[in-house]
Design a protein around this ligand. Sequence first.
Ligand code: ZN
Ligand code: ZN
Length: 465
Amino acid sequence: MRHTLRTCHDGLATLRPLLLVILLLSLMPAVAHGQAAAGKVAATDATAELKSWVKGSLGDWVSLYQELHTSPELSLHEKKTAARLAAKLGEMGYEVTTGVGGHGLVALMKNGSGPTLLLRGDMDGLPVVEQTGLPYRSQVKVIGDRGVEVGVMHACGHDVHMTNLLASASFLASHRALWSGTLVVIGQPAEEVGRGAAMMMADGLFKRFPRPDYALALHVEPGLPAGQVGIVSGWAAANVDSVKITIHGRGGHGARPHQANDPVVTAAHLVTALQTLVSRRVDPQAAAVVTVGALHAGTKNNVIPDSAELLLTVRSYADDTRATLLDGIRQLAGDICRSFQCPKPPEVEVSKEYTPAVYNDPELSATAAGVFRRVLGEDAVAEIAPTMGGEDFGRYARRLKIPGLLFRLGAIEPKLMARSKKKGGPPLPSLHSSRFAPDARRALEAGIVATSSLVLQLLPPAQAQ
Ligand SMILES: [Zn+2]
Ligand SMILES: [Zn+2]
């Protein structure tokens, strides 16, 4: 189901500019006043206004966060979450289109000439039974994709991302004099399964809506205290490929191995040989991972099975490293099976649904670091290490060849973090843990200020362009 929500603000946008000004003056004195002051507002004034706006509204955003936290939905099932976001963005004056690539939504605000900026929040939760004990914990249970009941939890902080997105969108909508250009705010489904960005693009994200000049997103970071942000310049998250290898042998009696062809032995050699791809073939300066996460063969100690199956996750940053790994896997599997006289060649299946690496544009990263230091303080901005984790946000900038940035938002209550960092301190729950409990209030305060400030920097008022 796909439909477009239009609000009274969008209706006004089609009227003549003079009428628009008159209507705004009569209906929205606060906004109109802000517009009249356009161009005169120095960055410091804008920051002061933003900070006081965030302080004044933070309680509401924390409530929204808790509501979202209590009612998570699994990847590809984000229907109610998307409807909630769509309604709120519509109330703010955005032109909202739902059903873009599954439950994806696009909220558009055209505000004069200038660049177009895409701001992305992801909406899906995870099949995890929450064990935080928080009063607003999720108690949602659904029948999962495998037909069994699963708990659902926002264990990756996408509820923080959505709240940050809505709050920043709200500030920008109510302070249009501070910026000029076009905002494309998107609620992306299915990030946890690496598909949402591709689904939205396949459904015309960049054809039906304005093509962005920048793409921005954030992700909560359990390695940083709430109140801080982290930036990685350059490669930030990895190419993620899933590979399945099937080795064919010839089954038989465990006491008569000479009459069989044992795929378990072939698989064992292949697992060992695969370790040499990273250690011997990839440039030591390039990052790469080959992990055999599953190895299935056989049913009983005295039965030689017919086949063995290996499931791999393969990670890299650069495209040529990715090619080295995938070509090497095919070659080693083929050659090892040949040397062990397998009755037929192995099948090597590389999943089509791979997640491309996230590359943070160095210039945009430097701009963001400067803005964040100015608005949050020197000590609040950390340079952090890239991860071999995956994030499908990288697809947007990669497709359009535009600067993109996924920055990190500190999520952990600072005292808890300090205690955990002491020698022998208690470990903190990671992302995807059933005990992951971000300090949402502090994180959101920093996140909304950081996000909105960066947007103001990239979409300056028309007079300043
Ligand atoms: Zn996640
Ligand atoms: Zn996530």
